[in-house]
Design a protein around this ligand. Structure first.
Ligand code: ZN
Length: 132
């Protein structure tokens, strides 16, 4: 099987955007019903609804990188705008942005991990191509 054939198969039966969206909701990229994660960031070995093997994922540092990228690009301009237009007390501003940064990071990290796993599943990476 050529690379082109595998790529075409992946695009036909595993569309990328729906898998990313299901992963972002922390649901199985295959069925969209089973839970992808348990505790905070641990990935379930298989989907409880459809049996899709999920242990093939290799998310590694990808979700953390994406979280830092997004949080930084949202809060850095907000920091600038708030300083230039409102000039809040430095302690208030530091507290506001620290809490906002931590809260947004904790919110995004599991969702981006799900999205990365959904992407890997859709593109048949790291053993996802061999599983059902
Ligand atoms: Zn499933």
């Amino acid at each position: 099987m050529t690379d082109q054939t595998v790529e075409t198969m992946a695009q036909n039966d595993r569309p990328t955007w729906p898998a990313l969206a299901k992963g972002f909701r922390c649901k199985c990229p295959n069925c969209g019903k089973g839970r992808l994660l348990h505790s905070y960031l641990k990935v379930n070995d298989t989907c409880s609804e459809c049996g899709q093997e999920l242990f093939h994922h290799r998310a590694d540092d990808g979700p953390a990188y994406l979280t830092i990228l997004i949080v930084g690009h949202l809060l850095a301009p907000a920091l600038h705008v708030s300083y230039v237009h409102f000039r809040p007390d430095p302690l208030t501003m530091a507290l506001m942005f620290s809490v906002g940064c931590v809260a947004l990071s904790l919110f995004l990290l599991p969702r981006l991990k799900g999205a990365v796993i959904g992407f890997q599943w859709a593109r048949r990476m790291h053993g996802f191509g061999d599983s059902k």
